[in-house]
Design a protein around this ligand. Structure first.
Ligand code: HEC
Length: 180
């Protein structure tokens, strides 16, 4: 009986919507596959680099706050340590630079990420993350590795830290120093 229904159905033009429905379900499966694919990419993204939204927020804060009296690009030129950048920003505050603490924190990250230099044996994770241009978890991994294995002898040693992209270290070698 079921067979005869199938036979009937296959030859009957009324059954055509079945084709449509299977198309819809295939399309539905494809839609389901999109978030699954994004989710599968996540672990690789975390070791690849910082969150693009974070980078955009840092740049916006820097341009908004540091272009009020002079060109925001006045910061470009040479690398400074976190302490040196903190001195510059404190001086700018003494000239009347006003912003919320959260904005100053974004500017600090921007300055360190763009023109920062750190001692990889003493810098806290909060300074390592922007200067190395990695996610906060990767900077925490550097600090944990340092605690366990002792001082790094050269920036190349950072490549032994789990989850650190060696290409990133090569790109930023001049910013990652082992002496003050
Ligand atoms: C209220 C005005 C004002 C704002 C806003 C301002 N600056 Fe300045 N900036 C100055 C003045 C005035 C000078 C020149 C005097 C000096 O060099 O100390 C200067 C000079 C500089 C210099 C060159 C001197 C040096 O030490 O290398 C840098 C770099 C700099 N500013 C960075 C910044 C940054 C970063 C910000 C945002 C946090 C900022 N400025 C916001 C007034 C300002």
């Amino acid at each position: 009986m079921g067979n005869s229904w199938l036979m009937h159905c296959r030859s009957d033009t009324f059954c055509r919507p079945v084709v449509g429905r299977s198309f819809v379900s295939a399309f539905g499966l494809w839609l389901l596959a999109v978030p699954v694919t994004l989710f599968a990419d996540e672990p690789r993204a975390s070791s690849a680099g910082p969150d693009p939204a974070q980078l955009a927020a840092e740049l916006t804060a820097h341009v908004e706050i540091c272009s009020m009296c002079h060109d925001a690009n006045l910061v470009a030129g040479f690398l400074r340590t976190p302490a040196e950048w903190d001195e510059v920003v404190a001086r700018m505050q003494s000239y009347g630079t006003i912003a919320l603490p959260a904005q100053f924190s974004l500017v600090r990250n921007y300055l360190l990420r763009s023109f920062g230099r750190v001692n990889i044996n003493t810098a806290p994770a909060a300074d390592l993350a922007p200067v190395m241009d990695v996610q906060p978890e990767s900077a925490e991994a550097v600090v944990a590795y340092r605690k366990e294995h002792g001082d790094f002898k050269s920036p190349d040693d950072l490549k032994s830290v789990p989850g650190i992209d060696p290409a990133k270290i090569d790109q930023r070698k001049n910013r990652l120093v082992v002496t003050p």
